[in-house]
Design a protein around this ligand. Sequence first.
Ligand code: PLP
Length: 385
Amino acid sequence: MRNHSNKPLEPETLAAQALGIEDPATGAVIPPISLSTTFARREDYAPAQGGTYIRDDGPSQKHAEAILCELEKGEEALSFGSGMAACTAGFHALEAGSHVAVSSVVYYGVLSWLEYFARERGIRFTLFEPGDLDGLERILASRKTELVWLESPANPTWAITDIEACCRLARAHASLVAVDSTAATPVLTRPIELGADLVCHSATKYLNGHSDVLGGILVVADAGQPLWERIRLHRKFAGSMMGSMDAWLLCRGLRTLFLRVPKQCENALAIARHLDRHPAVERVHYPGLENDPGHEIAGRQMSGGFGGMLSVLVRGGRDEAIGMVKRAQVFKRATSLGGVESLIEHRKTSESDLTNTPQNLIRLSIGVESVNDLIRDLDRMLEGA
Ligand SMILES: *Cc1c(COP(=O)(O)O)cnc(C)c1O
């Protein structure tokens, strides 16, 4: 992006203008969607623009990747057809015999993939409690560990891990660290600045923000990292590239990321404080609450808010929790997160027996609506009216 001042442009500007890339053919401020799957070669048989086939790369995908690379301050980014495709690419790229240390509270799909497929691919994994650095250190000291996988805040308790401390530990044991930063977004946390090697996002969530794209992103701190080359090959030959239409929509969604996320954080904090005092609520999980065990680290690690995700433990069990969700009117009863509309779900129903998510846990994804409407809806749900 052209910038005559000697100060680099701020992330808000880069996101709002999608790096300021214009269409060279027409001057369009919004680049057109490029749906072509193949790209012509010149008479000398060299590719006319660099790319030859959409499974390797495409203009809309490269645009989305370039934006995320800037926002996460990495060296290179790759887009995938889903968050799960991005999350698992690193595991696919590991060699048989590799060992991974995984936080026990992470997106249930990642735990499920490891449970179903890791062993037979010769990948061993050991779980550590989220944020338990002593436990992680014991694992790293006991066996060679290629990769540490964590999420912060972590689904669905929004447990916080000290990313910087974790990366320091991992580096001492020559392990790479990958952070699923879906819930934090680059607005609030930039794991690469804290020492992480890989950052992963479900772009389906906050990055796109409008619940109409399925996609994933990986950003790497060092593009010369051998695992990165294998991840690139994996994407090409497993065919897990992001679709062109999705990539274009993602670039559009990213333009308002820095407006959406702070508003979602503000709404979520007000709701968490309200629910924390509610007699029908046993406990609120939200790192923005002073009594949350992750509050202090989150305060250092997250800038500008504590995220738009929170969970509540409803007094009672599964029946009381589902009974609450049934009465939702403004909140939509749906899984997923990060959209501008607020969602409510009984999390255990979406997960599997692999997780120890309690039956009375309700997960809330807070949108950009009027917080008064959201609080009124929650009060009605909790009062059973
Ligand atoms: C949703 C989600 C994923 C998976 O992303 P998909 O786009 O649904 O495949 C991975 N990690 C986290 C934290 C998520 O919330």
